[in-house]
Write a protein that binds this ligand. Structure first.
Ligand code: UDX
Length: 434
């Protein structure tokens, strides 16, 4: 196997674009195809299109070195050794993953790829999909592998470059070897398994994270009722190596482009097989209840009814370090507050990158300054864990919104500082909170 491979990538969303630039940075020759002409034009001009640390430089460097190109025509993949399929697989109304984009990509790849090529499914797909892809491609002499991606938004380049694990689900050693060579991974360290196990491993990991988070949010509610502190409780839990300290931070609920859709797809597909994933279903129910919990806390702590309240929202993205608002718990809370008649002004460090129509439909008036956003507020609601919010001058916020309640759903702020400014601090899962 040569060190430098001819690699194709189909779909340049978060996973596809990260895969393309990182593999080109490993000196492979990479052609990335997407049906979106505008995206392809912008990427070809070196515009990164997503906000990820390290991505702009990698994109510029690999384009300039001639190791990466973006195209809309599948014919550009005609000489590829291996193609990573990274198209989106959104949830349908019943939770089932929509495989329309994947099916279309596989049809085109069957037509253009040379015999001996390997198609690697990186999109999160229902168990059994890669084997069906393999059956469709076998008559063309093309192999198929499942290699799910575990990168997190906001840390995409770092996660891709230094993954906790590399999973290769392949029946054929030849196909597995070319995928390992593309990653530059030592086959001895790769988790090699069947395509079915690889596909399920991705859903199993994301669903477990969702269960852990919903458990934490339920614990937070219980801590408040008992007068305990969720930070102390999770510090104890996290010190147990069997539990681990990550994903134990309470919040307004979990969101983003993966956890909601992957848990829905897992529950749906398990049900078809007569298996109840009760833990995952419960995690989804708990998650859907989080906005209501926050609304109750506000109702009980501000002097006026929510219909008359002015509420400042700090943080609109689904988590910090991203401009992504897909399935954002922050916007779910805003939508509920707006439905109650509250007046919402919202600030986010990534405000400029957030679609105005998205904010409008959540009832949020965007204000590009956190202090001005707080003007005359009855409550300031921290919904995303942007570290900048901790460093705000809370005495200035108190001047703009005297006596306001500060509901910190992420337990990000220093309660002492907020209290000393004359504001009433409510922590998530704390005695003086909700
Ligand atoms: C997730 C998985 O982590 C990743 O492995 C997979 O490939 C894609 O889905 P991502 O969607 O980028 O990644 O977000 P993640 O960092 O996992 O956060 C998910 C949600 O959980 C966010 O809404 C986040 O705010 C929330 N969260 C996370 C908490 O509320 N508390 C925590 O302690 C951690």
């Amino acid at each position: 196997m040569t060190d430098t491979l001819r690699i194709g990538v189909v779909g340049v969303g978060y996973v596809g674009l990260t895969t393309a630039v990182c593999l080109a940075d490993r000196d492979h020759d990479v052609v990335a195809v997407d049906i979106d002409e505008a995206k392809v034009a912008r990427l070809s001009a070196g515009v990164p299109i997503i906000d990820e640390a390290g991505l702009p430089d990698l994109l510029t460097d690999t384009l300039a070195a001639g190791r990466l190109s973006f195209r809309t025509d599948y014919e550009a993949l005609a000489d590829r050794d291996v193609v990573f399929v990274c198209v989106s697989t959104p949830s349908g109304p019943d939770g089932a993953a929509d495989l329309g984009a994947l099916d279309a990509a596989v049809s085109r790849l069957g037509q253009v790829l040379p015999a001996g090529a390997t198609v690697t499914v990186k999109s999160t797909v229902p168990v059994g999909t890669t084997r069906r892809v393999a059956e469709r491609l076998r008559p063309h002499g093309i192999g198929a592998v499942s290699s799910p991606e575990f990168l997190r938004e906001g840390r995409a380049i770092a996660d891709f470059t230094h993954p906790d694990r590399v999973v290769v689900g392949a029946d054929s050693d030849v196909d597995a070897a070319v995928v390992c060579a593309a990653y530059g991974a030592d086959p001895a360290t790769v988790l090699r398994m069947s395509p079915e196990s690889a596909e399920l491993a991705k859903y199993a990991s994301n669903a477990f994270l969702a269960v852990k988070l919903s458990y934490t949010n339920s614990l937070a509610q219980l801590c408040h009722r008992y007068g305990a502190d969720v930070g102390d409780v999770t510090a104890c839990m996290g010190a147990d190596a069997r539990i681990g300290p990550s994903f134990l931070q309470p919040g307004p609920g979990w969101g983003g482009s993966c956890l909601p859709k992957d848990t829905a797809a897992l529950v749906h597909s398990a049900r078809i097989h007569g298996v109840s994933m009760a833990e995952v279903e419960a995690a989804r129910i708990t998650n859907a209840a989080q906005p209501g919990r926050i609304l109750t806390a506000l109702r009980q702590s501000i002097a006026c009814p929510l219909s008359d309240a002015r509420i400042t929202v700090l943080g609109l993205t689904f988590k910090a370090a991203t401009s992504d608002t897909r399935d954002s718990p922050a916007l779910a809370v805003c939508t509920r507050l707006a439905a109650e008649g509250a007046t919402l002004s919202g600030y986010d460090p990534q405000l400029a990158a957030i679609d105005a129509a998205v904010l409008q439909s959540a009832g949020v008036t965007a204000v590009d300054d956190p202090y001005l956003a707080a003007k005359a507020a009855d409550a300031v609601l921290v919904l995303t864990e942007w570290p900048q919010f901790r460093d705000l001058d809370w005495t200035v916020i108190a001047d703009h919104a005297p006596g306001a309640v500060v509901a910190d759903t992420r337990n990000l702020l220093d309660p002492q500082i907020v209290g000393a400014a004359g504001l009433r601090y409510l922590g998530n899962g704390r005695a003086d909170g909700f």
